[in-house]
Design a binder for this molecule. Sequence first.
Ligand code: MNH
Length: 491
Amino acid sequence: MLNDWSGQRFPHPPGRRPFVGDTLGTDAVAPLQSTMRRGAELGPIFELKIFDQKFVFVSGAELAAELADESRFEKALSPALVALRQFAGAGLFTAYNDETNWALAHDLLRSAFTKDAMRRYHPVMLAAAQELFDTWDVREAPVDVSADMTRLTMETISRTAFSQDFGSFTRDEPHPFIPAMIAALRAGQRKGSFSGMPGARLMSRRIDQRNAHHQAYIDGLLDDVIATRRASAASDHDLLGIMLDTPHPETGARLDDLNIRHQILTFLVAGHETTSGALSFALYYLTRDPALLARAHEEVDTILGPDREVEPAFEQIAKFRFLRRVLDEGLRLWPTAPGYGRSPREVTTLSTGHVMRPQDWALVVLPMVHRDPDVWGDDAGEFDPDRFLSERSRGRLAHSYKPFGTGERSCIGRQFAVHEAVLVLARMLHRYELTPDPSYELTITERLTLMPEGFRLALTPRVPSGANPPPSGAERTDAPSQNVRNAPLAG
Ligand code: MNH
């Protein structure tokens, strides 16, 4: 993992010290945001030395596009992903390129992300969203957007991929799996950030000891899920069913139980926080700008009509062009998986003149690439969904927008995430007036992913345009009992 680049030097922020290197200026709680600040003036490639560990960052769009050339470069596992392997093993996200489990799982699981598969997930996604709305409709206080979007995306991925219901909307406390998972992830992340420090091994062992009971709980629960499914006659056509029942069409190879457990963890982790962050950023930018919000309302009312209870059909999701641009633009400014590693397949010389060997890696810093003024203009920091209109995208440097990663190892769940996010945005905007606290200023927490922190919205029932104003509850006689959903919201 030590990344010495044959001793070549790169620009680095001022104030480097012997031994600790650039560690002191790095915000341990928000390392990405501090890297963005410190790298702002350093050009398209720069470095930070954290104790012994050299990190080389790519922030220029042109250079990021060069690294996207799959004939010269491939995915590299950053120290954070190496640490995550402790938890997610050779799951798709954390497998090395040449690990046989990667190709096998990739080939098998592709069939879980086809258009036909999305059609099967669509009603499950709608039902999970409706359950969240049911909790909102009987609630008075504003909702914490990131927290509720996370409950929703977690429930959606676990139901679609493994037919497991975590009961996220009916419990007061989250299912114990969720805090255990967060604790295990945090343990891995802390180990990753210590990796270059003196005493790292000792600290790692302490962290492992403290985390052992979380890990044991998670392993036991998932092994139960696998065993239960094996024992049942059901052949559910979800990810778990595919992994258990399907041999590779050409080689006949199957995933072993340990790898299946690692894939479940991978999908639970990769399949929810990123989407929930993307939804939360989209909602943040939409609700702070009345003109954008009006355009979103017009779109949902045109497509869904006057009845706020109506659910979009599968084919309608692709019609929400404006909402899609809002989502894309949110992921431009705040790509919720904010970077990825690249290494060359063979020794190569970059356009900057640096020589890069297969054991060297660079991290592409997506929020910086996505704001490179050479590609995105001097207003690159502004939220403008119309950047993604086709007439304005035409001619833009290829590979300058990569929120879902690049090449063979890019996101397998991209269509899933986009479908889910557009569906949820459409229903929320159609169904509720969303009112932010005008004094809120965007603060971003960093775990593995980025997420707005402390962002709340007050929700009141919305009357879509063209609808008759709702009769007051007392006068309704047509469908009183089933409609808990129509209970008026206070506040
Ligand atoms: Mn997803 C890989 C971003 C939603 C499952 N994902 C990646 C990568 C990025 C990424 C970036 C590449 C990382 C790397 O090169 O090291 N993913 C996202 C974003 C969203 C997202 C921004 C939502 C928005 N991802 C999802 C969803 C799922 C998922 C939803 C599952 C249903 N992602 C994966 C898996 C991989 C991945 C699995 C690893 C693919 C591989 O290496 O073969």
